[in-house]
Design a protein around this ligand. Sequence first.
Ligand SMILES: [Ca+2]
Ligand SMILES: [Ca+2]
Ligand SMILES: [Ca+2]
Ligand SMILES: [Ca+2]
Length: 437
Amino acid sequence: MRKNQIWILSSIILSSLLVFQLFAPLSRAVPSLYYSWTYKAGDLIESLAISDDGQYIVAASDDMNVYFFHLSSSTPLWSYKTGGVVESVAISSDGQYIVAGSDDTNIYLFTKTNSTPLWNYSTDGIVRKVVISSNGQYIAAGSGSKLYLFKYNSSTPLWSYNPGSAIRGVAISSDGQYIVAGCDNYMVYYFRQNSSTPLWSYTTGGVVQSVAISSDGQYIVAGSWDKRIYFFQQNSSTPLWSYETGNQIRNNELVAISSDGQYIVAGSWDQRIYFFQQNSSTPFWNYTTGNILNSVAIASNGQYIVAGGADNQLNLFGSSSATPLWSLTLDSAIGSVAVSSNGQNFVASSYMNVHYFDIGDDDNDGLSNCYENYITYTAPDNWDTDGDGYSDGWEIQNGYNPLSSLSNPTVIAILVAISVAIGLMVVLLIIKRKRKS
Ligand SMILES: [Ca+2]
Ligand SMILES: [Ca+2]
Ligand SMILES: [Ca+2]
Ligand SMILES: [Ca+2]
């Protein structure tokens, strides 16, 4: 009888262990616990940028400040107060250089280690858009009615171009050799770094507010108030194709292109997000949101898309499907989004707030890399840090310690079994003694 009880008990323990093991290392597209933080500025956030590796973030605010963050903390590494609303910010690939454009007419260049600008330059008006080449060597800016190009080591522009009306959209290739600009006069201009005379220009049917360029400068995309998305190759001012959406493309962050120029994303005031492959003007997919779009971004590899707008919904898509991989409702309209090169780190603004997200999960244990680095202190490259057979994510979600191999259901089951067995033996002993006496 005692043998039978022990047998039943151990089979129950064994089978529950098997069930635990089966469910422990579940893989997910987005980890169930991801890292995020929020910083609240003094006024509306106008623009956000993130370095390629997702480590550094820069924000432009109507409170006149430029804010610079490292992903490890929602407290800025530094901030700098300009003389007006900061309209636009950009960051080099490695996070080394930061550029900002303000309503005080100035362009500011910073390095990541110092809140004092390396230099600033006063333009002819409000600076609406700034960009920096991935290598940090060239800066382009659109202001009152001019496009400016700078080299990082001098506040004197290499050249400027005056189209006679405001420049709203600017983009620059990775090496800074090619620049594209969108203008209030309905034109798209394409430049080479060595000349202020455009290589070509193209007239759309409306204000061109959003432009983007592939890393090598070969492909250009533009979004216009005429509702259309235009796709160009660098050797011709005639678009390869264009596509008419249901409403205006009316913000300066509403088109984006992957590094190789193969994938294009656009957001329209028709409330839709459009995803294109380079060779076709028919969207590969589109997704209908609940309001106008304000900002879209695409990972360099073209595999992830982040988009946000006036419906407060932040959406992350994979390139293959219009069904969001992940979405989150923020507290108010999303103004700006930016994404790291692999799509695993991104930022979004909602009114005065800057939100950072890390969803990379290299070891597939259900905890994002930064969540492991900054919250649980487990290893982001080891799904079972303490080696007890239960994944880090499963342990956290079920109340065990992922850093102690003694904290897991197996050890607890064995302890329970031992106590039950001891208990049984004591009871049996007592019964035996009572029968004897
Ligand atoms: Ca992980
Ligand atoms: Ca881990
Ligand atoms: Ca473990
Ligand atoms: Ca454990």
